[in-house]
Design a protein around this ligand. Structure first.
Ligand SMILES: [Zn+2]
Length: 95
């Protein structure tokens, strides 16, 4: 039962929108989330890549600890190549 039309303005200020508020907050949080992940630049990624790969090799929880890096790697093939290369080097070094 969605009410698409908010209450008609009855000549006063819109002070009663209790149902809408939660929705707005959730949308706002989602927008923030998107901005955050899109804002990670390749440069920024590189500055954490060593750490990320090292953690992945040693503890296998890098994706959990640094989800934004993981996300960027999924979205950016160039960084993903870089990650693979570094991962190879570290894995060989740790054997
Ligand atoms: Zn990138």
């Amino acid at each position: 039962m969605k009410k698409l039309n908010p209450a008609k303005p009855s000549g006063t200020h819109k002070t009663r929108l209790p149902e809408l508020e939660d929705e707005v907050v959730v949308k706002f949080l989602k927008i923030l989330e998107n901005i955050r992940s899109e804002e990670m630049s390749c440069e920024e990624m590189y500055s954490h890549l060593d750490e990320f790969v090292e953690r992945e090799v040693r503890l296998h929880d890098a994706s959990k600890v640094m989800p934004l890096i993981r996300e960027h790697l999924d979205l950016c093939p160039e960084c993903c190549d870089e990650y693979d290369a570094l991962l190879n080097v570290l894995e060989k070094a740790s054997n």
